[in-house]
Design a binder for this molecule. Sequence first.
Ligand SMILES: Cc1ncc(C[n+]2csc(CCOP(=O)(O)OP(=O)(O)O)c2C)c(N)n1
Length: 294
Amino acid sequence: MSVTAKNLSREEFFYGHKACPGCGGSLAVRNALKVLGKNAVAVLPAGCMSAVGFNFPQLCFGNNAIISTFAGTASMLTGIEAALRIRGCDFTAVGFAGDGGTADIGIQALSGAIDRGDNIIYICYDNEAYMNTGIQKSGLTPFGAKTTTTPAGENIRGNIRPKKNMFEIAAAHGIPYAATATVGYMTDFLNKVEKASRIKGTKYIHVIAPCPSGWGIPESDTVEVAREIVDCGLWYLAEFYEGEFKVTHTPKEFTSVENYLKKQGRFKHLTAEDIKIIESSRDKKWEKIRKEWV
Ligand SMILES: Cc1ncc(C[n+]2csc(CCOP(=O)(O)OP(=O)(O)O)c2C)c(N)n1
């Protein structure tokens, strides 16, 4: 049965945490755990979700949860999966790691787990920078974004590198299931989590999760901005399953990229020329998607 806002469990597994108002990452963790239920065993590496979820003596999880080393989300999932399987437990091993913890420091452990085919779900909540330590650029920071390590000046206007494509990197391993999502299309995300829980082997879900402090948006706009990134075509909702890519949502017409960018403090400095570069890379990507994935 598909997950809807109506049938989503009322039981809470991530509550009383200290996340900032409007935190997209906490929305992703809270709702994904409602889908996976009390037998989920969650691994959280160093990052915002572990910082706000484990404040001794207040553990903010209703299920079992543990902090891993920054690089070790996938390795700890591997160990938990092996140990609980041998003990005959009924469980789902799930990791929630930030973009830095996934695309940079944790990529080796993730790649190894996929290679071994470990039966785990790895969820990357992508707020597009190292937010917990003060907004440093990660491998998933988009082109043009201002961070504390990619400042916007006269000659260099924010991040000069494109965002790594973690979804396709995971798919390139021949993973059983990978998907992209956003907290702006919550039921799409939750149905992907539910589907992942029924598939054996390694599953990777990449969910866009805006951070009001890092993105320079009002706390009340998290969900709207998380929708807009898909509507303007800068993010796409897709799946990789049984070796095939498929888009799960195709905007008929894109909304304005400029509007999406200009409402965020981190992109305020961008020139018309910068926005054109961003639009043309979107168009190139969608040309490929429309040709090959639909
Ligand atoms: C080996 C190691 N290096 C650096 C740190 C410091 N550190 C803790 S959290 C964090 C940022 C995490 O960023 P990300 O993974 O993107 O998650 P977010 O904070 O955005 O949720 C850093 C650099 C650490 N804990 N361990």
